[in-house]
Ligand binder design. Structure first.
Ligand SMILES: [Fe+2]
Ligand SMILES: [Fe+2]
Length: 207
C-alpha cells in the first residue's frame, strides 16, 4: 500500500487560519478521530476541484459549517462531523496519477465508468457518502448526520435536508465549491494554450 498520504501529524495538513481560530480546539475534538483514519487520509490524494483535494475541501466545509452552526443554533458536533464526511464517497470522480498507485487503482473505477445523467457523480455521491461513512465510522452514525450528508447536493437531490445542519452544509459546500473554481482568466489561458487552439490559430495565421 502507498504510504504517501498517511501522517499522524494531522495539524501539518490543516490551513493555519483554521488552527488559529478560537473555536479550533472544540472543532478538532469532534473530528480528530476521522482525520487520523487511514481511509479518510487517502482523500489527500483525491482531486476535488481545481487544485484542491477532497481532504482540503472537506476540512474547509466542516470548519466553516461548524462556525455557522454556532450562529444559527444548530448542533455543532453533528455539523462538524457531517461537514467533514459529506464527500466521503468510496471512489474518486477525477483522475490523478497518485490514485493509479493507491490500492491497485480501485478508487479510479468511477472515472472510467459511463453513466446516464441521473447516475452521474453529482446526483449519486451524497447517498454513497452516507453509506460509506457508516462503513468506516459506525460509532458516529446518527440520523441527522446521515440526512445532512445524503442531501448536501440539494436541489439536485430534490428532497431537501431535514435539519439545520444539512442546510448549513449544503450552503457552505456550494459557496466553497464556487470559490474553488478556477478564475475566468485561468480558464481562458488554458483554452488559449490548448493544442487544438494553438494549431487552429497557426493554421489561419493568427498570432
Ligand atoms: Fe459533494
Ligand atoms: Fe463538497
Amino acid at each position: 500500500m502507498s504510504n504517501k498520504y498517511y501522517d499522524e501529524d494531522v495539524l501539518s495538513y490543516i490551513d493555519h487560519s483554521i488552527i488559529l481560530n478560537p473555536f479550533f480546539d472544540e472543532w478538532y475534538g469532534y473530528v480528530e478521530k476521522i482525520l487520523l483514519n487511514d481511509e479518510f487520509q487517502k482523500r489527500k490524494l483525491f482531486p476535488h476541484h481545481h487544485n484542491i483535494s477532497v481532504w482540503d475541501h472537506s476540512i474547509l466545509v466542516s470548519f466553516r459549517s461548524f462556525i455557522m452552526s454556532k450562529i444559527f443554533n444548530a448542533d455543532s458536533r453533528n455539523t462538524a462531523i457531517a461537514g467533514l464526511l459529506h464527500d466521503f464517497y468510496p471512489w474518486s470522480w477525477m483522475y490523478s496519477e497518485d490514485l493509479e498507485d493507491l490500492d491497485g487503482g480501485k478508487y479510479l473505477v468511477e472515472v472510467y465508468a459511463k453513466h446516464s445523467l441521473f447516475e452521474m457523480h453529482a446526483f449519486t455521491h451524497g447517498e454513497a457518502a452516507a453509506l460509506n461513512y457508516v462503513k468506516f465510522f459506525p460509532e458516529l452514525e446518527n440520523s441527522r448526520i446521515t440526512n445532512a450528508i445524503k442531501t448536501h447536493m440539494f436541489p439536485l437531490t430534490v428532497i431537501p435536508p431535514k435539519n439545520k445542519e444539512g442546510f448549513i452544509i449544503s450552503l457552505v459546500d456550494k459557496f466553497n465549491s464556487c470559490n474553488e473554481m478556477p478564475s475566468p482568466r485561468f480558464v481562458a489561458e488554458k483554452i488559449k494554450n490548448s493544442k487544438i487552439v494553438v494549431r487552429a490559430t497557426k493554421a489561419i495565421g493568427i498570432k
